[in-house]
Design a protein around this ligand. Structure first.
Ligand code: RNT
Ligand code: ZN
Length: 413
């Protein structure tokens, strides 16, 4: 194996690609793993079913039923993933002991997550939860009822403070992302008023100045959700305008656009007008189905976009999908390993040769180089990176998950 790696390394060197430099750059690019794959977005509030137009399908045994199980699963899966990692949690993962309303949450309710993040030496990202709640049934921040809107504004304020406290304690900014499910099943008569109310509610929520060294605010658009097929208040135009005018980060979720649109093409526009972009790397199959992230052309295009432009400080990479039809540890590790793999692959492309061909308007040469680049000796380099990170290769990862399933997951009834 070692010999394969050395041979691959010199192969890349001949193309002007420095494998060791790629490794050290990759070491510094974090990918934020979403905790909610492990428990089907249930959280710890016992709120009942998932709503807000979100749907987790499947009933594979072994779902984490409480915080201890969820953290144990996350700790086990993180060992199988190379590269720099972060963890993304949601307000519904608070451990309050019961009876604390969402607008009264504070960082003390996330003490165990903070200890866990320190133990694991990873950063944390955060999300207010504007769904799976009795007051979220007919809208949240755009709701016409002042009291309901106010409740959600207060939840957002509480969550930004939690994000800032997390960022301060862990010494790196926490990205706190706002997504709301507000929309309507059938054609609305008035499309404007809910958007106006959302704009004002967000302004109220973001009124408090928070140091971006601790917390970065981000807003996430969507095309449609189940039960909100005809109108989504927080559309792409709404949030692009909002983020640009208020200096917020824009979250681009790969499943939240028309099926022929790709977020890899949106980053270079968004970053002309914004300091930061958050990615929800996901895989929509025909709709926003939140399938496990595969190493497909779009994942590669996203990674290449970031690497070619040196945007790894401005593009915050997070994953967002939930599949309950397969072993959840496999779902996590496949998506996380693929994202890291796509970044490494992008770091190893013969960038100089490609840029030169394009500059000379040698488009045939560019095409051929791009196609040939898909066939370079990548596998031994990837395996070596995994080895150096103390992570197994893919087959080893599968073996450990099977063992964990046998010893831990299968005992959960
Ligand atoms: C929903 C959004 C949102 C959620 C998570 C759980 O369509 O993608 O990001 O998936 O907050
Ligand atoms: Zn998302």
């Amino acid at each position: 194996m070692k010999n394969c790696f050395e041979a691959a390394k010199s192969f890349y060197a001949d193309l002007g690609v420095d494998v060791e430099a790629a490794f050290s750059r990759l070491d510094r690019i974090p990918v934020s793993m979403h905790c909610w794959q492990g428990d089907d977005v249930a959280g710890f509030e016992n709120a009942g079913t998932l709503d807000g137009g979100l749907a987790v399908t499947g009933n594979y045994p072994g779902r984490a039923r409480n915080a201890a199980e969820l953290r144990a699963d996350i700790a086990a899966v993180l060992k199988l993933i190379p590269g720099k990692k972060r963890l993304n949690i949601h307000a519904i993962y608070a451990e309050t002991g019961g009876g604390v309303a969402r607008n009264e949450l504070d960082v003390s309710h996330f003490a165990n997550w903070l200890d866990f993040a320190e133990e694991q030496r990873i950063g944390l990202d955060f999300n207010p939860t504007f769904f799976s709640h009795p007051l979220a049934v007919e809208g949240t921040l755009s709701h016409a009822d002042d009291k309901i809107r106010q409740f959600w504004i207060e939840h957002g304020i509480a969550c930004r403070r939690i994000g800032a406290a997390i960022g301060k304690r862990l010494g790196e900014p926490c990205v706190t992302n706002v997504w709301i499910p507000d929309g309507s099943k059938d054609t609305p008569f008035d499309r404007f008023s809910p958007r106006k109310r959302l704009e004002e509610a967000l302004d109220a929520m973001f009124a408090e100045k928070i140091d971006p060294r601790y917390n970065i605010d981000s807003v996430e658009s969507k095309l449609f959700g189940i039960g909100a097929e005809s109108y989504t208040v927080g559309s792409h135009e709404f949030y692009m305008g909002y983020a640009v005018s208020r200096g917020k980060a824009l979250c681009l979720d790969a499943g939240h656009f028309h099926p022929t649109e790709v977020i890899s093409d949106k980053i270079s526009s968004a970053l002309l007008f914004l300091d930061d972009v958050l990615l929800h790397v996901s895989r929509g199959v025909r709709w926003d189905s939140d399938h496990v992230v595969c190493w497909d052309a779009e994942l590669q295009a996203i990674a290449s976009e970031i690497i070619r432009n040196g945007w790894e400080k401005r593009v915050h990479i997070g994953l967002d999908y939930f599949d309950a039809s397969i072993n959840r540890m496999i779902a996590w590790s496949v998506g996380m390993r693929n994202t890291c793999k796509a970044l490494l692959f992008a770091l190893l492309e013969p960038a100089k040769l490609l840029a030169d061909a394009e500059k000379k308007r040698d488009f045939g040469g560019r095409l051929m180089l791009m196609e040939e680049s898909k066939n370079l000796p990548f596998a031994p380099v990837w395996n070596e990176y995994c080895r150096r990170c103390g992570a197994p290769d893919g087959f080893g990862a599968l073996e450990s998950i099977r063992k964990y399933e046998c010893e831990v997951l299968s005992k959960r009834k």
